[in-house]
Design a protein around this ligand. Sequence first.
Ligand SMILES: C[S@@+](CC[C@H](N)C(=O)[O-])C[C@H]1O[C@@H](n2cnc3c(N)ncnc32)[C@H](O)[C@@H]1O
Length: 225
Amino acid sequence: MFAKIAHRYDFLNHFLSASVDRRWRVVAASKIGEHLGRSSKFTCLDLCSGTGDLAIELQRRLGVAVVASDFCHPMLVRCLTKVRAARFEESIRIAEADALILPFPDNSFDAVTIAFGLRNLEVAVRGLEEMRRVLKGGCTLAVLEFSPPDVPVFREAFQFYFHHVLPRLGARISGQPGAYRYLPESVSRFPAQRELAAMMTDIGFAKVGYRNLSGGIAALHWGVK
Ligand SMILES: C[S@@+](CC[C@H](N)C(=O)[O-])C[C@H]1O[C@@H](n2cnc3c(N)ncnc32)[C@H](O)[C@@H]1O
């Protein structure tokens, strides 16, 4: 599905969210920055990195080395083009890999991030376990994901947009109706903020917390190994 929409993915992300998605990735990178500071000696794994927006934000904001990983080749080709355009080839490496069976040893990374990816994994718990495995002890995972908005009235207006307007616009612009029907459907099936926090705690993350973004349309969760 992502292979089919890769050529329109970035445009639609920014268009359908009125560019608010950019701000959410800045918040996610800043959360990692609270733990790591700004240093090139750290390496962050950005899972389900897609076209690399969060990987690039992490490098730009924190100066860290980043491994941008995804299993969708056309998304990674877009990522590579953007990494080269930003002249980050030295600090952002790309790894084509399945997030459920990562080709990295235990305790490899100083931070792990995943933006709008966890919901897409076949087994989210299995993905979180892999993230915990490859994180070094004491280091932080940040999960950025869509979530149910928590502000009445705004919630109803947003749900109308998300379920009725966005799928039509997405279908027309990408030529792939399924992908933009899948988006609200997959968000409806995904655990809400508190459930996801509980899931992370059950897996063994400590200091789990979350912050709602834009009225809870998205949420940033974090936890420490
Ligand atoms: C909605 S996109 C998110 C891309 C990017 N992180 C962003 O913030 O825009 C979801 C990505 O997850 C990837 N993905 C889904 N399941 C995966 C898996 N099992 N292993 C690796 N990548 C996966 C897809 O290929 C896609 O690029």
